[in-house]
Design a protein around this ligand. Structure first.
Ligand SMILES: [Zn+2]
Length: 63
């Protein structure tokens, strides 16, 4: 199952190769959107998906 994730700040879709922040509530936002939440991790969206199994269930990543 493939979902499209939207940034919780700007509401635009997050591309696999966009640089994102993962906050402590496991919310994904673009790095340029500058969340006020505490950042847990960061990287491209695809790096975060591959690092955290709970995202991998929802998103099918290109190889
Ligand atoms: Zn955004």
């Amino acid at each position: 199952m493939t979902e499209i994730l939207h940034c919780s700040i700007c509401r635009n879709p997050v591309d696999f190769y966009d640089k994102v922040h993962l906050d402590f509530l496991n919310t994904i936002t673009h790095q340029y959107c500058e969340t006020k939440m505490e950042i847990k991790d960061f990287g491209t969206f695809i790096e975060i998906i591959n690092k955290y199994p709970f995202f991998k269930k929802s998103f099918v990543t290109p190889n």
